[in-house]
Design a protein around this ligand. Structure first.
Ligand SMILES: NC(=O)c1ccc[n+]([C@@H]2O[C@H](COP(=O)([O-])OP(=O)(O)OC[C@H]3O[C@@H](n4cnc5c(N)ncnc54)[C@H](OP(=O)(O)O)[C@@H]3O)[C@@H](O)[C@H]2O)c1
Length: 276
């Protein structure tokens, strides 16, 4: 595994996403068994960073994650758990209530990293941060961050947060450079903010282009592994792929061992633009 050290915190470069664990926007018991298999497999493989949210299966993803941690007897202090407050809960009281609910669902007494899931027009960011700062002061949350925040909002969040904004979690992958183009990724890299790249391999429907195929072949790796290796080779970038398939879960974890050359990095960075 490769690691990123920031503000005295060391975090693995590849974590595990939990969107669709336990359902989508509401609990779906028919996927519980596959979800538990995936979570157990991730914990046994050695993933230590888990990305959850109150939105995922309305808290049921957090419940299953908590259950898997207890069942595998994984020590809480060896894990880094991210969760997120939904935009409809950004008033002072509801931020506190959402966090309590997430703590209860996870069965833990602190969340390592708590994010605003996405911004909402008219949201009271300063009020939300009053509650978020209190959660940190009370020891219920260790670090604060945001998700889907563009530059202007990210800078406002920095101004309102009493502790450094640890991350902006944004879509970033070989085919998706939106947050490169809007300047967020460069700003994060220059200001000690982690970029957590979400949906890093959600491009199954897009045909694998020749550059990606060639680099995968050269490393005896899959295109998905190369897509992850390309992300985590970048400074301050970590990622959180999700999979229900134990073979993919292991494959994604092992992608951290792949070393891409500078030439491969730059070819991959330009490949999608050229092939589309
Ligand atoms: N903050 C936000 O607004 C936001 C938005 C989206 C996502 N996220 C977070 O980011 C995490 C990851 O993003 P995501 O779930 O959207 O997309 P993703 O992890 O890029 O892609 C997940 C899909 O890719 C497949 N997959 C994963 N690894 C594979 C591999 N090695 N080979 C073949 N297929 C593979 C999975 O299918 P199989 O199950 O068949 O492997 C699944 O269908 C989420 O789970 C969530 O925690 C955050």
């Amino acid at each position: 595994m490769k690691y990123e050290t920031i503000h005295s915190l060391t975090l693995s470069k590849i974590g595990f996403g939990t969107w669709t664990i336990g359902g989508e926007t509401s609990p779906n018991p028919t996927v519980d068994s596959a979800s538990m298999t995936a979570l157990r497999s991730a914990l046994e493989t050695g993933y230590t960073h888990f990305d959850a949210a109150e939105y995922y299966a309305s808290g049921h993803a957090e419940e299953l994650l908590g259950r898997a941690i207890r069942e595998t007897k994984t020590k809480r202090e060896n894990l880094f758990i991210t969760s997120k407050v939904s935009p409809e809960h950004l008033d002072y009281d509801n931020v506190l209530k959402s966090c309590e609910r997430s703590l209860h669902c996870l069965g833990t007494d602190y969340i390592d990293l708590y994010l605003i899931h996405w911004p909402r027009l008219g949201m009271k960011l300063e009020e939300a941060f009053r509650a978020l700062n209190k959660l940190v002061r009370d020891g219920k949350v260790r670090h604060l961050g945001v998700s889907n925040f563009k530059l202007k909002l990210l800078k406002q969040a920095q101004a309102y947060s009493e502790t450094p904004i640890l991350t902006d979690q944004v879509p970033y992958s070989l085919p998706n450079h939106d947050y490169v183009e809007n300047g967020v990724i460069e700003y994060c890299q220059q200001n000690d903010i982690l970029v957590t790249a979400y949906s890093p391999v959600k491009f199954r429907s897009i045909r694998v282009n020749k550059v990606l195929g060639d680099v995968a072949k050269a490393h005896a790796a899959t295109p998905f592994q190369i897509a992850l290796a390309w992300l985590i080779a970048q400074p301050r970038v970590i990622t959180i792929p999700m999979s229900l398939n134990p073979a993919h879960i292991r494959e994604n974890f092992e992608a951290a061992d792949i070393q891409l050359t500078a030439e491969e990095m730059s070819k991959l960075g330009n490949a999608w633009k050229k092939s589309e």
